[in-house]
Design a protein around this ligand. Structure first.
Ligand code: PHE
Length: 369
């Protein structure tokens, strides 16, 4: 073997070793170590072989130099290939962000408005368009607003303690509350003297959870001179055993219009326009004779809907005794009033068959609306 042949063999062996070392490197550090071992500018094995070139015969040197350059390129490209392969593997996990903004992600579940509240909003909107503004009253009431002023005398069965949630409040608390309401009425409206007088007379009277929103009729008329055009929406309470159509708490919409020369025809038109707006089709209204102490005449209003008459609530012309109780003159003004069950309207519209669903707070039910 000539010296040149031996030189070339050494270079080929080095190329094999280097390629193997680069390919077996599993980390960037290992690869770098291998690079220094073979290609290192001072201590590298290629450099060591190159140094041996000086011992070759002059005539052999061009061929040796050519081979050296070839092998150097070979080892270089083996190194580049190994680095690229390693880079791809490691670049993946090392570069990938733990947060991928292109993934769909979990949507936060938004809460939403309870179906009864939704219904109340719709009712306010419809009645607002008919010119009725919203009035409110307290849920804890005295007997004057819940009964007496509404022409419901002491002996009336509706006042039975078993039919109402009376509140066990001491006499001083009761008096305090009544004076509070009296004070609030002092700021300069026409009826405040009358209101204060009746409030004082009531001090010490028992309190109860209101059993109807008709209380608000009285509160508004006590404080405002006619004409009046209001609705009032809110909770009422009755000690009923809960079943599919009863619940001890429910919501009513009260309507009251007082002006000169108001008639039953006005009542019927308003109810019909209301029902047509709420139910979205031309709805007929039927009146059946009924009785309420605070209206005369009194009716039950039915709506013709889905081929049947559906009962929607009580109504009538405000009884002259009620007008007198709030200091109005029944000879100059008249009015109509109505009271509808909000749950019933909502149930009809959404085909809900059990009133208790509204109050179970089962999100699987509530989420549907
Ligand atoms: N307050 C009555 C009830 O709760 C309904 C009603 C209101 C009737 C207004 C006539 C006028 O049943």
């Amino acid at each position: 073997m000539t010296a040149l042949e031996a030189f070339i063999e050494k270079l080929d062996a080095l190329a094999r070793d280097a390629t193997a070392a680069f390919e077996s490197a599993t980390t960037a550090e290992e690869l770098e170590q291998a690079r220094v071992e073979f290609l290192g500018a001072r201590q590298g094995r290629l450099k060591a072989i190159q140094k041996g070139m000086g011992r070759l015969d002059r005539s052999e040197r061009p061929a040796a130099g050519k081979k050296l350059n070839e092998v150097k390129r070979q080892i270089d490209s083996a190194f580049q290939a190994a680095r690229a392969a390693l880079g791809k593997e490691q670049a993946g996990p090392a570069v990938r962000s733990p947060f991928d903004p292109t993934l769909p992600g979990d949507r936060p579940r938004l809460g939403h408005v309870h179906p009864i509240t939704q219904t109340i909003e719709v009712l306010k909107e419809i009645m607002g368009r008919l010119g009725f503004s919203v009035a409110e009253g307290p849920e804890i009431e005295d007997e004057w607003h819940n009964f007496e002023a509404l022409n419901i005398p002491a002996a009336h069965p509706a006042r039975d303690p078993l039919e109402n949630f009376y509140i066990d409040a001491g006499p001083s608390q009761r008096a305090e509350r009544c004076h509070e309401t009296a004070d609030r009425s002092q700021d300069g409206d026409l009826l405040s003297d009358f209101y204060r007088a009746t409030a004082e007379a009531r001090a010490g009277a028992p309190l109860l959870l209101r059993s109807q929103t008709s209380t608000v009729q009285i509160r508004v008329m006590e404080q405002t001179a006619p004409p009046i055009r209001i609705i009032s929406l809110g909770r009422v309470y009755r000690p009923d055993t809960a079943d599919a159509t009863h619940y001890p708490l429910f919501h009513q919409m009260e309507g009251l219009l007082v002006d000169r020369q108001v008639t039953m025809a006005d009542l019927k038109s308003v109810l019909r326009m209301f029902a047509t707006s709420y139910l979205g089709e031309d709805v007929h209204v039927r009146f059946r004779p009924s009785f309420f102490p605070f209206t005369e005449p009194s009716v039950e209003a039915d709506f013709w809907w889905n081929d049947e008459w559906v009962e929607f609530g009580g109504a009538g012309m405000v009884d002259p005794n009620v007008l007198r109780a709030v200091g109005y003159d029944p000879e100059t003004v008249s009015g109509f009033a109505f009271g509808l069950g909000v749950e019933r309207l909502c149930m009809r519209r959404h085909q809900i068959t059990d009133i208790r669903e509204f109050y179970r707070n089962d999100v699987r039910f509530l989420r549907q609306f």
